[in-house]
Design a protein around this ligand. Structure first.
Ligand code: NI
Length: 162
């Protein structure tokens, strides 16, 4: 396993549409392992393959329950709404308010290419929607309500509100 370089905003690969994965290969298995290592190292809760420079429809999410890898993910159901601060490893040091569904159902394949269905709420639902959007070349900053803030600034604001 190895750490991969996380591409940051302004890198044109982040605005490209990713291709479906047709078969699992040793190379893609290694990519998934590397994505987990890279995400944990950067203390993120999700990562999409284009963020490490690979234009394939692969995402990983770990919000503290189980590590989840989804190949060719498709959001098939959403419900409710949540508004909160979001961040992205490709937009370091920044955060902004984004409204997302509070529940999602996602279909896809696991790392052995077996079909899986994932239902999630709250942070996990937010992370899944965020990562799936990366696969179509979108970053959360396009959806921010108000302005993008520095993380420290957002923390100060939260303290003042409390
Ligand atoms: Ni992101």
């Amino acid at each position: 396993m190895a750490l991969r370089t996380i591409r940051t905003i302004g890198d044109e690969i982040l605005s490209k549409k990713c291709k479906e994965v047709k078969e699992m290969t040793p190379r893609l298995k290694e990519l998934v392992d590397d994505m987990f290592e890279t995400m944990y190292d950067a203390e993120g809760v999700g990562l999409a393959a284009p963020q490490v420079g690979v234009l394939k429809r692969i995402i990983i999410v770990d919000t503290g329950e189980d590590p989840l890898c989804l190949i060719n993910p498709m959001i098939v159901e959403t419900d409710g709404e949540q508004t909160g601060n979001e961040g992205c490893l490709s937009v370091p040091g920044k955060t902004g308010k984004v409204t997302r569904p509070n529940y999602v159902k996602v279909l896809g394949l696991d790392r052995n290419m077996a079909p899986i269905e994932v239902e999630a709420t709250e942070l996990k639902a937010r992370a899944l929607v965020h990562e799936v959007e990366h696969l179509d070349g979108h970053l959360y900053v396009e959806r921010v309500e108000g302005r993008l803030m520095d993380v420290e600034e957002a923390e100060e604001e939260a303290e003042e509100e409390a």
